[in-house]
Design a protein around this ligand. Structure first.
Ligand SMILES: [Zn+2]
Ligand SMILES: [Zn+2]
Length: 280
């Protein structure tokens, strides 16, 4: 995948800033202090609640159990007759997961506010925190990093488990490729924020992860840095990042934002910019 950058957004963080941020220290960019001591970052960190933690714990444990069960069922029902359609379906699932990662990331970055009842503090807050303290994610444990992404595919996985349990072998054969597609879609949606966390981790990553990043099988570190240039308006896909270049080429996000502004009058990223400007 090509690593190009639109010319008007040319500034990336340099290695010095990245290392400072990776060590949990602040860095200064465009006269603004970014990092864990940014006034907005501290306020957003404090909004992580006990109730939110419980929701994340339930999501991770239920979804993991369902995935182990479904994985076992799919392996048990596998037949060499439909290996090609299963592999193609699985690849389609990975591609769609990348698109969904961009869609959710773009929507949460660009619209809504932390002050929205329940939803704002629970689901918008992590996106605002991530822009003003990008390496906070590297200090989050497995549950905080992955809780929300594990919740998203849960309803379909429950339905899938039901189908694979109650359908006859003939009926399972008919839906097998589609269920492979949905299963890989679910797995990559679940893995998205872990992959995103790795793209911000500059020290101590296992070799196999950096090999996958360098081969652009998962989101590479340099590739994701393009998104972290204020005002954070491009390269929203964070699973594999395969769709970022073509979507930027076709101005996909800009076109959707303009259409929304024409119809509703709502400008993108107003709340995100306000958090970025917070000071003590
Ligand atoms: Zn973002
Ligand atoms: Zn990021």
């Amino acid at each position: 995948m090509m690593e190009t950058k639109p010319s008007e957004k040319s500034e990336c963080m340099d290695e010095f800033q990245l290392k400072k941020e990776a060590n949990g220290k602040d860095s200064k960019k465009n006269g603004v202090r970014w990092g864990p001591n940014h006034a907005g970052a501290k306020e957003l960190k404090d909004l992580y609640s006990g109730g939110k933690r419980v929701q994340e714990l339930i999501s991770v444990s239920v979804t993991t159990t369902l995935c182990i069960y479904i994985g076992f069922k799919l392996v048990h029902n596998f037949s060499a007759d439909y290996w090609l359609s299963s592999v193609l379906a699985a690849l389609g699932g990975i591609l769609l997961a990348d698109f969904f990662s961009g869609l959710v990331h773009w929507a949460a970055d660009s619209y809504g506010s932390v002050t929205l009842p329940i939803f704002g503090a629970a689901f918008i807050r992590p996106f605002r925190e991530h822009h003003i303290d990008p390496t906070a994610i590297t200090r989050h444990d497995f549950i905080e990093t992955n809780g929300d992404n594990f919740m998203l595919p849960l309803p379909y996985l429950a339905y899938q488990a039901y189908k694979l349990t109650t359908y006859s072998p003939d009926e399972v054969r008919q839906i097998y490729s589609f269920e492979c597609f949905m299963f890989l879609l679910a797995l990559f949606v679940m893995a998205t924020n872990q992959i995103h966390k790795w793209s911000h981790t500059y020290f101590g990553l296992p070799k196999w992860i950096t090999v996958l990043q360098d081969a652009h099988i998962i989101l590479p570190r340099k590739h994701h840095r393009i998104h972290h240039v204020a005002p954070h308006e491009t390269y929203f896909c964070i699973t594999t990042g395969w769709l970022n270049y073509p979507m930027e080429k076709f101005h996909f996000w800009t076109c959707v934002e303009r259409a929304i502004e024409v119809v509703t009058g709502i400008k993108p990223r107003v709340d995100d910019l306000a958090w970025g400007k917070k000071s003590n």
